[in-house]
Every structure is written in C-alpha cells, then in structure tokens.
Design a protein around this ligand. Structure first.
Ligand code: SF4
Length: 364
C-alpha cells in the first residue's frame, strides 16, 4: 500500500506547516518549498526556509513535488497531495449527520478547520490536478467550503474538484453561490440508494434523508451544478435498481453520470459485510445491474461501474468499469497474475476479504 504518511524528524514549530518537496533549487521556488539537499543514508534532507527537514525512508523520486502537512512536534507528515497520483483527497471533517451502513470512514465528533492548510496545498498542487474533498460530511461546514471552492477556482484555473457529500444541507439560498462555481470545475458526488424513501433512510440511518436529498437535487439542478449520482449496490437495495433507474431518468436526468459502486470492506462496510455484500459474479446476479445500466443509457443518462473487477462483470459491460480504486489502496489477487485484463481492471481494495468476496474471480 502506498503510504499517505511519512516519518519525519519533529520540527520546532508552533503551528502546522504546509510545504512542497522540491528536488533541487528550481527557478520557480515558492516560499513554502522545501528544497532537497541530499541523502543521509535512508534520510532525505531538505532545506525548509532555513530549517532542516529530515524525511525517513522516502526516496526523493517518490515524493518530489508532493505537498506535506507537518504538525508541530510530531514525527509524521501527511501527504496532502501526491504529485504523481491522480487520486488526491482532502478530508474536510470527520463529523457527519448520517451513519450509512456501508460507511468506509465512520464519523467522529472531533473537528479541526483544515481549510487554511488545504488552500496552501491546492495552491502548490501540480498543474491540472483533480482534487477530492470528502469527509465525514463536508457541507456541515458549507460556508467555509463554498468560500474555499470560490477562491481556489479563481486561484488555480487548471484544477478541478470532486466533492463527496450526502446532499442534506443545500438550500434555496445557496443557488446563487452554487451557480457561480463553473460546472466543469466542481463535480458533486452524492449517494442515493433506493427509489423507496424508507429504504434509503434505513441505509443512511437518518429519518427523512430521502426527502431532504430530493430537495437538494432540485436546488443543484436549478443552479446548473454537475452531479455524480452514486449508488453502492448491496443486498438490501439490489432489487431496487430497476425502479431506481426509472427515478433517475424521470427526476434526475440532469446528472452528469450515475455510478453504480461495489462495497468497500472497511469501517461500517466491514462490520456489516455479510449483510450487505452483493456478489454480482454469481449466476444472474448481474441482471438487475445490467437492466438498470441499459435503461438509463437508452434514455441518454451516462452510467458507470465503480470498483467492479472486470471478471465479475459480463463482457459487454466491462467498458463501463474503469479503474476507480485509488492507487494507494488498490491491489490485485494472486489469481490476477496472468490476467490479460489487468491494465484495464480496477482490481480490489487493499482490505478486500479474499475468503468472503466474489466467487467468480478468474483471469481473463
Ligand atoms: S483476474 Fe484480477 S485482474 Fe483479471 S479481471 Fe479478475 S480481478 Fe481483474
């Protein structure tokens, strides 16, 4: 697994520091840059505004241009932006007002405002980066989020954002603000699990969530926002896919894409795995997914499969299953060794349970 934290010698600082690692004295050096001095055994040494920054077991080639957050007197640095990766996500908060049965990052009470550091990180990010914002629920801090997006969209015209939100907090008063954010710069990823309000509410463990979500969709539609609708396919909602597909085409035709997703075995998803995991590789199990994909695509709505290994998907639908698992938490199984589909296939989450997963994994 690619490490998202690096070991550093603690810095004598009173406040968190954001810095970008540079390999040598570049012409465009930024005041926040740490410039590589050389290796001391396995320790990479950098000059950070006159202070020595010592990074353990991290060759310069693997961290060059990464943006780090270093907390005072701590021995680890957080890799906010990995320059060589297309998968960079900033965690806005760990608070949330839902308790989704499959949540990969169960909520916590504690919250620290990270936006000041995220601003610096995005300012220093590589050209054309695609930056995710997630939680917890980022819109619990909606004013700060809007301000961040507005400022960053202006400051870095090359960068695009994906915001993962439960869609419970958009209001009519937000329409002007939402409309001011160019729709090709921010994609709002929003989950909807069923056409049945009660089933959606049961899955997100919040009464009234479905109805509030539909209200938010109307607001986002009026604002012209780009929406990626997300549905994790699980045992409780797999039978709902056909009517959900009809709801998508009738009530949400403005969405950019509908993503049908496989379950991640971590957080609440691990705790509830046996009750939730839907093995689409079993005979005929893919049928409701295929019907839903065919239905919405025939009506002009784009649809994709996220986190579906290719061998678990009928051949005709593999072109809809891109490599969606973030590089730092992705792996293949021993079975995948000689598979011809490896280049195109998303593989598995690092924490995928080999013994309790798909029955139909086989090399193609
Ligand atoms: S065998 Fe592995 S690499 Fe090949 S399609 Fe299946 S999961 Fe993907």
């Amino acid at each position: 697994m690619i490490p998202l934290r690096l070991k550093v010698d603690p810095l004598p600082a009173d406040a968190p520091i954001v810095t970008r690692l540079r390999s040598s004295a570049p012409a465009d050096v930024d005041p926040l840059d740490a410039v590589f001095l050389g290796m001391d055994g396995t320790v990479a040494e950098f000059d950070l505004a006159g202070f020595p920054l010592r990074l353990h077991n991290a060759p310069i080639e693997s961290v060059e241009n990464d943006v780090l957050l270093i907390l005072p007197r701590q021995g680890t640095a957080h890799r906010l932006i990995r320059a060589s990766s297309p998968h960079n996500t900033l965690l806005v908060t760990e608070r949330c007002d839902q308790l989704c049965l499959m949540c990969s990052q169960p909520p916590k009470r504690h919250h620290s405002d990270m936006f000041p550091y995220f601003r610096e990180a995005v300012r220093l990010a590589p050209k054309n980066a695609y930056v995710g914002l997630s939680g917890g629920e980022p819109t619990l801090f909606k004013e700060e989020l809007f301000l961040f997006l507005r400022d960053m969209v202006d400051a870095r015209p090359d960068i695009r954002f994906h915001v993962l939100t439960n869609g419970q907090h958009f209001e009519d008063a937000d329409i002007e603000e939402l409309a001011s954010i160019p729709h090709d710069r921010v994609l709002w990823g929003i989950p909807l699990y069923s056409h049945e309000p009660a089933r959606h509410d049961e899955i997100v463990v919040k009464a009234g969530a479905f109805s509030r979500l539909m209200q938010s969709f109307a607001i986002l539609a009026r604002a012209g926002s780009a929406v990626e609708l997300r549905t994790v396919v699980m045992k409780p909602n797999a039978p709902d896919l056909a009517p959900l597909a009809r709801l998508v085409t009738l009530q949400l035709p403005f969405i950019t894409v509908w993503a049908l997703m496989q379950l991640e075995n971590i957080g609440f998803g691990r705790k509830n795995w046996n009750e939730l995991f839907f093995d689409n590789s079993l005979p005929h199990a893919f049928d409701p997914i295929a019907d839903a994909l065919n239905f919405v695509r025939a009506k002009g709505v784009d649809a994709l499969l996220y986190n579906f290994p290719h061998c678990t998907v009928p051949e005709d639908f593999r072109c809809l299953a891109p490599r969606t698992i973030s590089d730092w938490k992705q792996r293949y199984l021993d079975t995948c060794g000689n598979c011809n589909a490896r280049e195109a296939c998303c593989g598995f989450f690092e924490w995928y349970p080999d013994e309790r997963g798909f029955t139909g994994v086989r090399p193609l």
